[in-house]
Design a protein around this ligand. Structure first.
Ligand code: SAH
Length: 465
């Protein structure tokens, strides 16, 4: 069982400090199921690779305390050499300090996001390459997977269930280790030991920074906890409430229904979409993202305008995307149109390589659905990682709410809104984002403007200089 971790961060041999293992020698550890060795196949200042090799003793594995519930088939099965939950045990025991985010020699290193490539040989992907990608891509990895032959001596036997997998991303080493700790056993979908409440604690600890907003969080929790429904429920209930909670069915069918009836006479939704399309056209964008596209109101307008040659709608709600696909008749569009549009399932709070390099992105009535820490994650994922040349953001103007008939003081326009900002609050946020990520900023009102309270919707247009 082999895991290698490589970096090209200069000096790359700093990886030794991060892992607390001197690159100059080999380190061996006795674990309850065999031995672990750490060594460096390559240790140069331009490139450094650390290897964690597990030498699993199947007899020890079955005899040891890990053997609960094991039967004789363990002697002959694949456990000794495939990457599995044993890898997680080894990571926590051998790289415990790195996993906890400490780095004695160079403390500042532990917080640095550096280019890292993890390579796992013989990773069982139960759920196939699709699941592998669904697990790692939302976390910002680019994933390469090669299926291994069942037996290299007999290629005619075909492919086996194992993959050699490479995961590349720029992140903190501790994050990489946390992701592997949780997701390797999830892919293997099998555990070598009894799963009890302690596993819920481990999952929540190692998933703390990323699990709540992961689009596959339910599958991850279920598989990690061996499909034990009581434990799964307990873990899911303890995950921070995510903004991604899917809207209700009735809200999904028509987003305008999610607005207060009072908003309707203004046809505010139309005015908003007109304003956004106007900005996207004016900046000359051809390849555009609609982030938080819901059921596709904006997508439909973009599709009807030939200027937009590549249109990508992204939403965290599968349900909303299904409705969007149906409403846009994606299954029966002529190929010239169908080829221009794509719907992607994803969370905007995660870096996602699929979203990089576009001319423009619209984020219409989405930010107010996010708790502040998630909003900060969205800012980085959009303005730093995806980095479209133009970003158009709209959000309600709270000051205007008093003018809506039937709204109580302090009431928000939608029950899933985490906040609604005054004009000052929105300007402060937008200014900070523009400065931090190097965008020019312009603000504009949308809808009828009241002398005291402003317009019902506010828009920010960010542009790279
Ligand atoms: N832009 C649309 C929908 C706004 S409703 C319109 O103006 O009509 C907000 C949408 O954002 C919902 O569809 C919700 O599923 C989506 N959303 C919320 N949090 C998200 C996240 N983290 N990633 C992606 N989409 C998200």
């Amino acid at each position: 069982m082999l895991l290698t971790i490589s970096t090209t961060y200069a000096p790359a041999t700093d990886l030794g400090f991060l892992l607390h293992k001197n690159p100059a020698r080999m380190h061996s550890f006795d674990l309850s199921f065999g031995k672990a060795h750490v060594f460096y196949p390559r240790a140069e200042s331009s490139h450094c690779t650390a290897a964690l090799l597990l030498d699993v003793d199947p007899v020890q594995l079955v005899r040891g305390k890990h053997g609960v519930g094991f039967t004789l088939d363990q002697y002959v099965n694949d456990r000794p050499y495939v990457a599995s939950s044993l890898m997680s045990v080894a990571i926590s025991q051998v790289f415990g300090t790195a996993l906890s985010g400490r780095c004695k020699g160079k403390p500042e290193l532990a917080e640095l996001r550096i280019p890292l490539v993890a390579r796992l040989a013989a990773l069982p992907c139960r759920g196939g390459e699709a699941l592998l990608r669904q697990l790692f891509e939302p976390l910002g990895y680019s994933v390469t997977a090669t299926r291994e032959p069942l037996d290299p001596r007999f290629p005619e036997w075909g492919e086996g269930p194992y993959y050699t997998v490479e995961l590349a991303a720029t992140l903190r080493l501790r994050d990489l280790l946390d992701h592997l700790y949780v997701l390797v056993p999830v892919l293997d979908d099998d555990k070598h030991y009894y799963i009890g409440e302690a596993e819920v604690e481990k999952l929540l600890k190692h998933g703390e920074a990323w699990l709540a907003g992961h689009p596959q969080r339910e599958a991850i929790v279920r598989r990690y906890l061996g499909y034990r429904s009581a434990l799964t429920r307990q873990a899911l209930a303890r995950l921070p409430q995510d903004e991604a909670a899917a809207p209700d069915e009735d809200e999904i069918e028509d987003k305008t229904a999610a607005e207060l009836p009072a908003e309707k006479p203004l046809r505010l939704n139309d005015q908003r979409l007109d304003a956004v399309v106007g900005e996207l056209k004016a900046c000359g964008a051809g390849r555009v993202l609609d982030l938080g596209c819901s059921t596709g109101n904006l997508l439909r307008r973009l599709l009807d305008d030939g200027q937009f040659t590549e249109i990508v709608g992204v939403d965290v709600s599968h349900q909303a995307l299904d409705v969007a696909a149906r409403r846009l008749h994606l299954d029966r569009l002529p190929p010239t149109k169908a080829n221009r549009i794509k719907l992607l399932h994803g969370s905007l709070t995660y870096r996602d390589r699929r979203l990089a390099g576009y001319d423009a992105a619209a984020i219409v009535e989405v930010i107010e659905h996010l708790d502040p820490p998630r909003l900060a994650a969205l800012e980085r994922a959009v303005f730093e990682a995806a980095r479209p040349k133009t970003v158009v953001v709209t959000t309600p103007n709270r000051e205007y709410n008093t003018l809506f008939a039937g709204m109580q003081p302090g009431q928000l326009r939608h029950r899933d809104h985490r906040f609604e900002w005054t004009r000052d609050e929105f300007r402060n946020w937008a200014t900070r984002v523009a400065e931090r990520f190097g965008y020019q900023l312009r603000l504009a009102p949308i809808g009828p403007e009241d002398a005291t309270h402003g317009a019902p919707t506010q828009m920010a247009v960010f542009q790279l200089g």
